[in-house]
Design a binder for this molecule. Structure first.
Ligand SMILES: C[S@@+](CC[C@H](N)C(=O)[O-])C[C@H]1O[C@@H](n2cnc3c(N)ncnc32)[C@H](O)[C@@H]1O
Length: 390
């Protein structure tokens, strides 16, 4: 890549360790494995993967920017939705999955404290040891008086609880399989080595992939060109069922970039949705810097709705980020946060534009709510109901 920023000596050394680790796993697997295995190792191998090790990741000096890093307005809006659920289920708790820098946790807690609706417990389910340490430091500095309510979990709570589950930009980071469709067969695009490099290598798709591809053709029509490539997330249904299992009454709120299935697998999107982020650039080669760049793929929200239904939830809402933020009072939060400071108001207005821009974060990002054991209306979805598009 032209003008590519160079690695420091320590980064280059770390990159070599990650590469060796993946190469050893590949060799142990006989020289080929699915892309989901590669993505899992590159992002989550303990102490080595992109999320597990110390890369800066979020915000201005990092590789990409998430909504809570753009503005505290995002957390204020999510907190408004949480408040509604907590008010309907007194004494209930919140579990945030994949809390990144901890900023969203801080924003949610701060806003709920203002409304006198603090959750009984605020759990953070986080796979990355590095990010846990960052979240702990962020919350200890910002809200030391709430420390006793916050706890980190390695697995979802074993005991049933009522309340909210919140996950912003977590689903896109779950590993995907990549496939290539031909007129008469489907191939799995996995990973092999060519010299020192990792490369794509096709194998005949297994039974699960063949069934998935057949089901896609049955519901969407077999209208793809020969050689059409895309992704799917085999873990989505089992993983989301396992992290929501102990939610007895309440709502799971998922925010991520994605599309309903018919748009996700549009014939024109013939190269799928896989992309990588490195220092605020979008990179399309996932093998370029294993462990040093983020790897993501968009979320098929129809698949997420199916996951919700199979886990025993009602799909209570689906809309774009723009409509969700408008419905949870972004204007009002802007005025509250600015107090009477005009410069601050202008800064917040800019951030709100970034979060709500059509064609950008505002429309690419969707919000879905799964609900069970609760009748309360969810005002985040009151302005625009897009469930019919799923
Ligand atoms: C793209 S970051 C988003 C961070 C944060 N939610 C935000 O909006 O800034 C993805 C987060 O999900 C975490 N994560 C990924 N897979 C996870 C899993 N299976 N369980 C829990 N956390 C996970 C990552 O470590 C990271 O904290």
């Amino acid at each position: 890549m032209q003008g590519e920023p160079a690695f420091s000596a320590a980064e280059a050394q770390h990159a070599a360790l990650v590469r060796d680790h993946i190469a050893a796993a590949l060799e142990a697997a006989g020289g080929w494995f699915g892309f989901d295995r590669y993505m899992d190792l590159a992002l989550y191998a303990p102490a080595l993967g992109y999320y597990s090790a110390g890369a800066r990741k979020f915000g201005g000096g990092g590789d990409f920017t998430t909504a809570p890093e753009v503005s505290p307005l995002f957390g204020a809006c999510i907190a408004r939705q949480c408040a509604e659920v907590l008010a309907a289920l007194p004494g209930s708790s919140i579990m945030e999955i994949g809390a990144g820098s901890g900023r969203l946790s801080g924003d949610i807690l701060e806003n709920l404290e203002k409304s006198a609706l603090l959750p009984r417990r605020y759990w953070i389910l986080e796979v990355s040891a590095d990010l846990r340490a960052r979240q702990r430091a962020h919350l200890a500095e910002r809200l030391p008086h709430l420390a006793a309510r916050v706890a980190w979990l390695d697995a979802p709570p074993a005991a049933a609880f009522d309340g909210m589950i919140v996950a912003n930009e977590v689903l896109d980071a779950l590993p995907v399989k990549r496939f290539r469709r031909h007129r008469d067969r489907v191939e799995e695009m996995g990973v092999a080595r060519a010299g020192a490099e990792f490369v794509w290598a096709a194998r005949p798709g297994g039974a699960q992939l063949a069934a998935y591809s057949k089901a896609l053709a049955a519901t969407l029509g077999d209208h793809w060109d020969d050689g059409y490539e895309s992704e799917y997330r085999p873990q989505l249904i089992p993983w989301s069922a396992s992290v929501t299992r102990s939610l007895r009454a309440g709502v799971a709120l998922w925010i991520d970039y994605g599309l309903p299935r018919a748009q996700y697998y549009m014939p024109e999107r013939r190269d799928g949705t896989l992309l990588c982020h490195f220092r605020q650039r979008v990179v399309d080669d996932p093998f370029r810097r294993p462990g040093m760049q983020d790897i993501t793929a968009w979320v098929d929200f129809t698949h997420l709705a199916e996951a919700g239904a199979s886990a025993g939830f009602e799909i209570a809402g689906y809309t774009t980020q723009t409509y969700f933020l408008a419905a949870t009072g972004i204007d009002e939060h802007m005025r509250d946060l600015a107090a009477d400071d005009r410069n601050r108001f202008a800064r917040l207005a800019n951030q709100a534009r970034q979060l709500m821009m059509p064609g950008e974060m505002g429309e690419r990002f969707k919000v879905m709510a799964w609900r069970r054991g609760l009748d309360a209306a969810l005002s985040g979805f009151a302005l625009r109901d897009l469930r019919h598009t799923l």
